[in-house]
Ligand binder design. Structure first.
Ligand SMILES: O=C(O)[C@H](CS(=O)(=O)O)OP(=O)(O)O
Ligand SMILES: [Mg+2]
Length: 241
């Protein structure tokens, strides 16, 4: 039986051997939720990049360029990090280059894995189904915030563990803790996260609509995976609304 484990921060990745594993990179608020939303609305591929200048250079290649710093769209970019900015037909058939504070970094630091999958509550079951087919050991990599633990990515880890617990073994405290946290909070994730650092940090930016959106389960069947130098969607292209 393959195993499942949770890494609470990209800064802890040096403790794990990623070879032979499938990594699920997660940044619920909001980078991976936004990437999943972009694919669900027709984006063809996504380049997650670390630096603003690197991202800007993709404009010359015909890409839409997206950047978030301090929770807001960086100046001179087409898009920020709100999923709602990707829903009005503007990303249909387009390639996107994106850089955010935490999510794109988590993806880049996971490059040694055999497979990198982008997870969010929005495509929770699509990820769970894929992992059951793959039969690789799984490491859920929480993007956290600037190297620190966060609640929202841990809740997602617990939700994925709950869906996979019959088919995967887990004998580590990180996985158990994420599962227990999710089971405590799942009746009302929005209320549970009210005191979280992300909600408090970005409260003035009025992103409550984004938070409620990103906490919806199984809205999309998309399955972004890393292929060669970019993310592509190998899931079911179905927008439920
Ligand atoms: O845009 C977001 O929601 C966050 C902003 S912050 O760094 O958590 O303040 O970025 P992300 O890379 O999606 O975590
Ligand atoms: Mg985040």
């Amino acid at each position: 039986m393959p195993s499942i484990d949770v890494c609470y921060s990209p800064e802890l990745l040096h403790l794990y051997d990623l070879k032979g594993k499938a990594v699920v990179a997660v940044d619920i608020l909001r980078a991976t939720s936004t990437m999943v939303t972009a694919f669900a609305h027709g984006a063809t591929d996504i380049f997650p990049v670390m630096k603003l200048e690197e991202c800007q250079a993709y404009a010359a290649k015909g890409c839409l360029i997206a950047a978030e710093r301090d929770g807001v769209k960086a100046e001179g970019f087409d898009l920020g990090n709100s999923p709602f900015a990707y829903m009005n037909g503007n990303v249909q058939g387009r390639t996107i280059a994106i850089t955010t504070t935490n999510g794109t970094r988590a993806i880049h630091l996971s490059m040694e894995a055999d497979e990198i999958i982008v997870g969010s509550f929005l495509n929770l079951q699509a990820v769970a189904n894929h992992l059951q087919e793959l039969q690789l050991d799984v490491l859920i990599v929480c993007a956290g915030w600037k190297g620190k633990f966060n609640l929202e990515d841990t809740l997602y880890a617990g939700a994925l563990v709950e869906r996979l617990q019959q088919a995967f073994s887990f004998e580590n405290d990180a996985t158990l803790a994420s599962l227990y946290l999710y089971q405590t909070a799942k009746q009302d994730l929005v209320t549970f996260l009210r005191q979280s650092s992300h909600v408090r940090r970005l409260e003035n930016l009025e992103i409550h609509k984004d938070i409620e959106f990103c906490l919806q389960h199984d809205k999309f069947g998309v399955l972004p995976v890393w292929q060669q130098d970019r993310l592509v969607d190998i899931g079911v292209r179905e927008v439920k609304g």
